[in-house]
Design a protein around this ligand. Structure first.
Ligand SMILES: [Zn+2]
Length: 215
């Protein structure tokens, strides 16, 4: 059996099982969505937002791209953010990166001439890596450098999101969080908590969320 056919059969099985377990599931789904969370994650097939957080259809509004980048000049990303914040009125925006990220790793290597779109997309990562070159060079292994850059990348996307007018200008701005997922154990580590940022803002303190505390 070819793969698409197998996927369609799995869909039939899933729809039947889901309706059997909860007869109101699909009628509820059809009424509309009111997710509380916008998830910005990597396209990597091993980091599916709903699976790793045990979420259901309707729980997460999702945007994924290579290396979970938030780019204010990209209408794809910005339209998702705009709709999530202004129409769906999400309470939380979560940027979730992951260790072992191929996109982050690629930004530390010579760019491939076969991948002009990828190269343009990860250009901000290359720049971020250059800004943190001294810290990254302290790691002997490329994989360790890439993992540290993956953390710095999440924090950078959080910073950009918190400063964008779509987030900042809402009466009650959504909290922006930065997480990173470990492929080896399936656990998520919190790099930046939106709750800490809200406290800092209320207290008038300068934002210093570059800490890597697990909360
Ligand atoms: Zn990735």
């Amino acid at each position: 059996m070819n793969r698409p056919k197998r996927m369609l059969l799995e869909n039939i099985a899933w729809a039947r099982e889901t309706a059997h377990a909860d007869a109101q599931f699909f009628p509820r789904l059809a009424q509309g969505q009111s997710p509380k969370v916008l998830w910005i994650g990597c396209s990597d097939s091993r980091v599916p937002a709903e699976t790793i957080t045990n979420a259901n259809p309707g729980d997460l509004f999702v945007h994924r791209n290579i290396a979970n980048l938030f780019s204010p000049s990209d209408d794809n990303t910005m339209s998702v953010l705009e709709y999530a914040v202004r129409v769906l009125k999400v309470d939380h925006v979560i940027v979730c990166g992951h260790y072992g990220c191929g996109g982050v790793r690629a930004s530390l290597l010579p760019l491939s001439s076969d991948l002009p779109h990828v190269n343009r997309h990860i250009a901000p990562l290359c720049a971020l890596g250059a800004r943190h070159r001294e810290e990254l060079d302290a790691f002997a292994e490329l994989d360790a450098r890439a993992n540290r850059l993956a953390e710095l990348n999440v924090l950078e996307q959080v910073r950009l999101l918190r400063h964008t007018s779509i987030v900042r200008d809402r009466d009650e701005p959504p909290l922006v969080h930065g997480w990173i997922f470990g492929l080896h154990d399936g656990h998520i580590k919190v790099l930046a908590s939106g709750y800490d940022d809200a406290r800092d803002t209320q207290g008038g303190a300068h934002l210093t969320s570059a800490s890597l505390e697990t909360v």
